[in-house]
Design a protein around this ligand. Structure first.
Ligand code: ZN
Length: 237
């Protein structure tokens, strides 16, 4: 079940896509795969500017480029893939944001990187399929940490019901407050969204949380190694 963002679809200079169980690497991005930089996602806040294809980045949870033909992706399974583009498609970015990255400020780091050169209102930000508040239950301790560290957001927005965090909602509120020109937060939940096709896998997306629950019930159940979704975008060459 591919997710299409109205904001990104309106930029003809781009190809973009959000992976699903049926196409971990979205079809539109497959031709550019070899150009993609090599990075290790570590739930950090480091953003790397990409200047050439297949660039070696080391640890990085965010990428930024003005170069056409270089595919920027992040790998996720419940964490948030956030895609960024100038409205004219002349510069792009991606971020992998889990709860830790959100608290530690990876969206703010990307905003700072962009704002060094141009106003954020020229840019759009799109949050892809991720764990939503319908399913994302956390410990009392983590729930408390979120309320404490995001005092600028209404508690109801951080946590629509006790111990269920709304990570995409938190990200959208942050992106709006930072000054992005438009923010799209219409993607579905990776944990509970079913595959609408009658054949194929039962669920639409790979989910770390759902997989962990199944492994707890059945230790023989396979892990998700190698089955995370790629989400990303490329400035068309
Ligand atoms: Zn859900």
């Amino acid at each position: 079940m591919p997710y299409h963002s109205p904001l990104l679809s309106a930029i003809p200079a781009l190809a973009y896509g959000f992976g699903s169980k049926q196409a971990l690497m979205p079809t539109a991005l497959q031709p550019y795969r070899a150009s993609s930089p090599e990075k290790k996602q570590v739930h950090g806040t480091r953003i790397v500017e990409i200047t050439h294809a297949a660039q070696l980045c080391g640890d990085a949870d965010g990428l930024f480029t003005r170069q056409p033909g270089i595919l920027l992706t992040v790998l996720t399974a419940d964490c948030l893939p956030v895609l960024f583009s100038r409205r004219d498609g002349n510069a792009i970015g991606v971020v992998h944001a889990g709860w830790r990255g959100l608290l530690d400020g990876i969206l703010e780091r990307m905003a700072e990187r962009i704002a060094q050169e141009e106003p954020l209102e020229e840019w759009v930000a799109v949050i892809g399929p991720a764990a939503h508040a319908c399913c994302y239950q956390v410990s009392d301790e983590l729930a408390g940490t979120f309320l404490q560290r995001l005092p600028e957001l209404p508690a109801q927005q951080v946590m629509p019901r006790p111990r269920y965090l709304d990570l995409p909602g938190i990200a959208a509120a942050k992106l709006q407050a930072l000054g992005f020109g438009a923010v799209d937060n219409g993607a579905p939940c990776t944990i509970c969204t079913l595959n609408p096709a009658a054949d194929g896998p039962r669920y639409a997306f790979t989910s770390f949380r759902r997989n962990s629950h199944r492994q707890a019930a059945d230790p023989a159940h396979p892990g998700i190694r190698g089955r995370n979704q790629y989400s990303g975008l490329v400035i068309l060459p």
